[in-house]
Design a protein around this ligand. Structure first.
Ligand code: ZN
Length: 224
């Protein structure tokens, strides 16, 4: 069975990047929980380094991952760069030699640029969670938290972003993505049988009597 470790950046007193009262830690968690849900829907075993707004050190994150064997470790973050008003999405890997990571990172980039983010490409970085994890690891910077355009995409298309990331991971795992079935709410629907409409009440009563003789329960409902 496929196993994935999801890592939602920052948390608790470590808010990550901040912009106009918006905290990176909250965006990472909200999006991550949706990705986890999508993966679990496809029977992927998902472990998470945090599921609440709490501080988790980088070492705790890699220690958590090291305890198990995973197909992939995926860390979610949001970027910040007030200086050059940057925008777009970039995915980091430790180095291009690590098994499968470049492939997965490219699939994630493609999925997120399809949603509408600018493509900043796959990059390498000496990040703790990429270096100290055993499984192939990627870190996604899902747009810039200090760029209103990126935030608009993030807020309005959160489900699509989560779906895109999940789809890329599933594809990499060789699992086919199954669209969510929208269940119709059939509990509140009543199907009424009409056996005639009459302008004279006595004609309606005759019809009701006829139906009753046939053993069919019938009532008269007035309507204008
Ligand atoms: Zn971050």
């Amino acid at each position: 069975m496929a196993r994935v470790c999801l890592d939602y950046g920052h948390g608790g007193i470590d808010s990550g990047a901040v912009f106009n009262g918006r905290y990176e830690k909250d965006d990472n968690l909200a999006l991550g929980l949706k990705v986890a849900e999508e993966l679990r829907r496809h029977d992927v075993v998902v472990d998470e380094t945090r599921t609440k707004d709490k501080i988790v050190s980088l070492k705790e994150r890699s220690d958590f991952e090291n305890k198990n064997t995973y197909d992939y470790f995926i860390s979610l973050h949001r970027n910040a760069s007030k200086a050059d008003k940057a925008k777009g999405v970039e995915t980091y890997i430790y180095n291009i030699c690590r098994k499968n990571t470049k492939e997965l990172a490219e699939k994630i980039q493609k999925a997120l640029t399809d949603v509408g983010f600018l493509d900043r490409g796959v990059k390498t970085a000496n990040f703790h969670v990429l270096r100290e994890t055993k499984s192939p690891a990627v870190l996604i910077e899902v747009g810039f938290i200090d760029n209103p355009e990126d935030n608009l995409i993030f807020d309005n298309k959160k489900d699509e972003i989560a779906k895109g990331i999940a789809k890329a991971i599933l594809n990499q795992l060789g699992i086919e993505y199954i669209e969510k079935i929208q269940k119709e709410d059939s509990h509140n629907i009543l199907y009424r049988v009409i056996a005639g409409s009459f302008s004279q009440k006595e004609n309606a009563e005759k019809q009701v009597n006829k139906l009753r003789e046939l053993g069919i329960d019938a009532i008269i409902v007035e309507s204008k």
